[in-house]
Design a protein. Structure first.
Length: 158
């Protein structure tokens, strides 16, 4: 009788997945695929109104305190950079210029972490020397954070 080799046991921290992706990551990828399919169906008709409706619907689905924070961020981004188009991106509220996402909000509950994230993509003009932040952890929004976010968004689209 031959010995058969058993596969090695996984030691990764990924829960609920055999392919290396968490359930939350797989859900985000499915949301992105649905967003792309919806965009293709809308074709040239897709506009700011559709994107804003989608973003507001995603925000409405969030639980507190993520919802309140997302509502404030949405208002700040739209006031600071009215030329950005709201849209969803991997199921998150995002804001794009010329079809490319400049910044996004990720609820803490999205990936079950302790803080929400305000992130900026490479098309954001935030370059500062050889190193600069591209994402910010948010646990609470005070007037100081709101002012800083407004300044970052303005700079990102300058």
């Amino acid at each position: 009788m031959k010995d058969t080799q058993k596969p090695a046991q996984s030691t990764g921290e990924t829960v609920g997945s055999s392919d290396g992706w968490t359930d939350e990551e797989r859900a985000a990828m499915k949301e992105r695929a649905a967003e792309m399919k919806a965009g293709a169906r809308r074709g040239g008709r897709a506009g700011t109104a559709d994107g804003e409706r989608d973003v507001l619907a995603k925000i409405a689905e969030m639980s507190e305190p993520d919802r309140a924070m997302a509502e404030r961020i949405h208002a700040i981004v739209m006031a600071s950079a009215p030329d950005l188009s709201p849209r969803t991106w991997y199921g998150m509220p995002a804001y794009a210029r010329d079809g490319k996402v400049v910044c996004f909000f990720q609820a803490a509950s999205k990936f079950k972490v302790r803080y929400a994230t305000l992130g900026f993509q490479p098309d954001a003009d935030l370059d500062e020397g050889n190193m600069w932040p591209t994402a910010f952890a948010l646990t609470e929004l005070t007037a100081a954070e709101e002012e800083r976010i407004a300044a970052l968004v303005k700079r990102a689209v300058s």
